[in-house]
Write a protein that binds this ligand. Structure first.
Ligand SMILES: Nc1nc2c(ncn2[C@@H]2O[C@H](COP(=O)(O)OP(=O)(O)OP(=O)(O)O)[C@@H](O)[C@H]2O)c(=O)[nH]1
Length: 427
C-alpha cells in the first residue's frame, strides 16, 4: 500500500517559524517547548540556571536557551534566524526562530519560506501591534499553510477571557483579508508553561488544544503538492562517474508530485519524452518518489539531459518563460533594487542572468498600500517586479508550488543574495 508509507514518511517532521515583536516572549516559548519535551542536555540547563541566577532573574530564564548567538546574549535580542530541533513520540520539529525587529523582514522571509506553520506571538497586555499584522501578511505572502496566534503573558492579564477574545477576534478578521491559511488562536503563558504541553486550569473557558498538541496533530501531509510532477535535475550521473559502466541517472529532489517506475515523463526544455525505468535512493530502489525525497531517476531512453533541466508529466508542465512577474523582498543592505539592474537568478537547479524590467509598486506591509511611484526597493522592502531572464526558466506560480515558484537574485559583483522572490505570473 503506497498511501500509509507516504503518510508516515512525510508526517513525522513539522517545520515551523516563530515571529513576534521584541519581548513578546518567543525565546521563552521556545525554551519552554525544549524544556517540557525534555530536549535539553543537563549541562545546557545547568548553564542557563547559572546565567539566570547571575543576572538576578526571578525564574530560570528559558529564553537563554535559544539565544544561540553570543552577540544576542549580550544585547538581549534575537538578531538572526536560529534553528532548533526537538521531538516528541509523534513528530520531529524544526523551529526557525526569527527576530521580531522591524528591520529583520528578510530573516523572517528566510525562516518562513520553508515552514509548514508559523507561530505569531502577541503580548496579551499590548494586543495586536503593527508587527503582528506585518508578520501575518508575510506568512500569507510566503504561503505558510498554517498559522497559530499565541496570546502570551496571559498571567499578566489575570487570564482574562475578554482580553483574549478581543485579540483573537481582531486577528481573525485581519487574517480573513489576507487569504490567510488555517488559523488557530491559543492563550498561553510561556513563562509558566500554561497551555503549552497540557491545557491549563487557569483558562477553563478555553476549549481548544494545548500548543504542543496542536503542533503534533496539525495535518500537513495534504499541504504538499502531490499533483504536479516537478523534478529539477541537480546532477547527471554518467557512466564514467560510477564503477557500473552502463549506469545513467538523474539525481535531484522531488519538488512536487509523485513519480513511479513506468510513468511517462517529459524533459524540459527539450520536450523529449520517455519512461521511468527505476528510482534509486541512498537506501536502494523505491517504488515511488514524492516531495521532499532526494532520488536518482533512470529513464528508458538515452536523452540529453543536464543540470537545470526539469522532469514533469507530458500533459502537466510548468511554463517555459523568460518573462517573470514576482513579489520580491529586498535583502541587500548595501544597494537598493533599481530598474535596469542585472543579477544572477537561481531558480530550482537552474542559473540564469536577469534584468529588472520594471518595479510595478512598493508595498507598505503595515497598511498594504501600494506605492506605484516607487523607483527603488531598499533593505527589507517588498514590491512587485517584472524581470526578463537570459535563458528560459521552467516556472510555476508560487501559490501553486513553493519550489518552482520561488527564486533568488544574486548580486554579480558581491555574490551575495540580494532578494528572494515569489513568482506571481509566468507569461
Ligand atoms: N509574566 C510573563 N512573562 C513572560 C512570559 N513570556 C515571556 N515573558 C518575559 O518577557 C520577557 C521577554 O521574553 P523573551 O522570550 O526574551 O522575548 P522575545 O520575544 O524572544 O524577545 P527578543 O528575543 O528580544 O525578540 C522576558 O523577561 C520573559 O521572562 C509570560 O508568559 N509571562
Amino acid at each position: 500500500m503506497s498511501v500509509p508509507v507516504l503518510e508516515t514518511r512525510t508526517m513525522d517532521l513539522l517545520r515551523f517559524a516563530t515571529a513576534g515583536s521584541v519581548d513578546d516572549g518567543k525565546s521563552t516559548l521556545i525554551g519552554r517547548l525544549l524544556y517540557d519535551t525534555k530536549s535539553l542536555f543537563t549541562d545546557q540547563l545547568e548553564a542557563v540556571e547559572a546565567v539566570s541566577a547571575a543576572r538576578g532573574d526571578e525564574y530560570t530564564n528559558l529564553a537563554l536557551l535559544t539565544d544561540g548567538l553570543r552577540a544576542e546574549r549580550e544585547q538581549g535580542i534575537t538578531i538572526d534566524v536560529a534553528y532548533r530541533y526537538f521531538a516528541t513520540p509523534r513528530r520531529k520539529f524544526i523551529i526557525a526562530d526569527t527576530p521580531g525587529h522591524i528591520q529583520y523582514t528578510r530573516n523572517m522571509v528566510t525562516g518562513a519560506s520553508t515552514a509548514d506553520l508559523a507561530l505569531i506571538l502577541v503580548d496579551a497586555r499590548k494586543g495586536l501591534v503593527e508587527q503582528s499584522r506585518r508578520h501575518a501578511f508575510l506568512c500569507s505572502l510566503l504561503r505558510v499553510p498554517h498559522l497559530v496566534l499565541c496570546v502570551n503573558k496571559m498571567d499578566l492579564v489575570d487570564w482574562s477571557q475578554q482580553v483574549y477574545e478581543r485579540i483573537a477576534d481582531e486577528f481573525t478578521s485581519f487574517a480573513a483579508k489576507l487569504e490567510a491559511p488555517d488559523l488557530t488562536v491559543i492563550p498561553i503563558s510561556a513563562l509558566h508553561g500554561d497551555n503549552i504541553v497540557t491545557r491549563s486550569e487557569h483558562s477553563p473557558w478555553y476549549e481548544g488544544p494545548s500548543l504542543l498538541h496542536h503542533l503534533e496533530h496539525v495535518h500537513i501531509a495534504s499541504d504538499r503538492n502531490l499533483v504536479d510532477v516537478r523534478f529539477p535535475v541537480q546532477y547527471v550521473i554518467r557512466p564514467q562517474s560510477t564503477t557500473i559502466t552502463d549506469y545513467r541517472g538523474y539525481a535531484g529532489q522531488v519538488a512536487s508530485g509523485v513519480l513511479k517506475p513506468g510513468d511517462e515523463i517529459m524533459v524540459l526544455p527539450s520536450g523529449f519524452t520517455s519512461r521511468i525505468t527505476s528510482i534509486d535512493t541512498a537506501d536502494g530502489p523505491v517504488t515511488e518518489a514524492y516531495p521532499p525525497m532526494s532520488v536518482t531517476i533512470r529513464l528508458q531512453d538515452e536523452i540529453d539531459i543536464s543540470r537545470g533541466d526539469l522532469i514533469c508529466r507530458p500533459h502537466n508542465a510548468p511554463t517555459t518563460t523568460q518573462d517573470i512577474d514576482a513579489m520580491i523582498c529586498w535583502m541587500d543592505e548595501t544597494r537598493p533594487l533599481t530598474v535596469g539592474g542585472k543579477y544572477t537568478v537561481k531558480h530550482t537547479t537552474r542559473t540564469a542572468r536577469a534584468i529588472i524590467r520594471s518595479l510595478q509598486y512598493r508595498l507598505d506591509v503595515n497598511t498594504l498600500h501600494r506605492d506605484e511611484t516607487a523607483t527603488q526597493l531598499g533593505l527589507n522592502e517588498i514590491g512587485r517586479i517584472r524581470l526578463r531572464t537570459t535563458i528560459p526558466l521552467l516556472a510555476d506560480p508560487y501559490r501553486r508550488n513553493r519550489t518552482t515558484g520561488g527564486l533568488i537574485l544574486i548580486d554579480e559583483t558581491t555574490n551575495r543574495t540580494a532578494a528572494a522572490a515569489m513568482i506571481t505570473e509566468t507569461t
